[in-house]
Design a protein around this ligand. Structure first.
Ligand SMILES: [Zn+2]
Ligand SMILES: [Zn+2]
Length: 213
């Protein structure tokens, strides 16, 4: 059971492809991370107000447009720095082409304030970055031990794995990332996926058709 000092974890779909955005916050210090602000900036900001949390960083599992669309607006409203893995900078810098591909109005994004690396301390809720390339070269999962929660982005889904047919995708790499890094976590770890329902590491290890343990 979660005790009263367990992190606050709130996940809700945002934006054109209903990407799961997560706010994870420390109930004592009130520090929080916004993960994958893929749209609906006002909704994300109102949740932060409701939860009385202060954003210390805006972090991204990868730089596909549906995970980054509101990053600039959240930064503007909160002043929090933007972080992502350097190997996804070609997608961040290619935001104009992504807007055309996704059929959404052009946006401009600020430069990131820093890059995430493997084992990176996220500075909140004891979060750690796990570099899990494959869906994109810079795909990164976020592991929060006190919350027993993994934010997997588009790497691992309930009964599925991320597509690897986009630029920079690599099937062998995603399988290796899931097997070696994500399946190393305990079976009872809750997985927040990039889209749709969540799952657990145990369920996927035993029943995922694409990658079994
Ligand atoms: Zn993606
Ligand atoms: Zn996505």
């Amino acid at each position: 059971m979660a005790d009263k000092n367990s992190p606050i974890v709130v996940t809700f779909p945002v934006g054109p492809l209903q990407c799961n955005c997560t706010i994870i916050g420390d109930p004592v210090s009130k520090k929080a991370l916004v993960i994958d602000p893929g749209g609906d900036a006002q909704l994300i900001l109102s949740k932060l107000t409701e939860l009385a949390l202060k954003v210390v960083a805006i972090i991204h599992t990868h730089a596909h447009l549906d995970h980054i669309l509101a990053a600039g607006e959240i930064k503007k409203a909160t002043g929090a720095p933007i972080h992502l893995h350097k190997e996804d900078m070609f997608l961040w810098d290619g935001v104009a082409q992504q807007c055309v591909m996704f059929g959404v109005p052009q946006i401009s994004l600020p430069k990131p304030d820093g890059y995430l690396t493997d084992e990176h301390d996220l500075g909140c809720c004891e979060g750690v970055a796990i570099h899990t390339p494959g869906h994109t070269p810079g795909s990164t999962s976020f592991w929060f031990e006190p919350a027993k929660t993994l934010i997997a982005g588009d790497t691992l889904f309930r009964g599925g794995i991320g597509r690897t047919d986009f630029p920079g995708g690599d099937y062998n790499q995603i399988v290796k990332s899931i097997r070696q890094r994500l399946y190393a976590l305990d079976d009872d770890v809750a997985v927040v996926t990039g889209h749709g329902p969540g799952t657990t590491i145990g369920v996927e290890k035993h029943s995922n058709m694409f990658v079994r343990a």
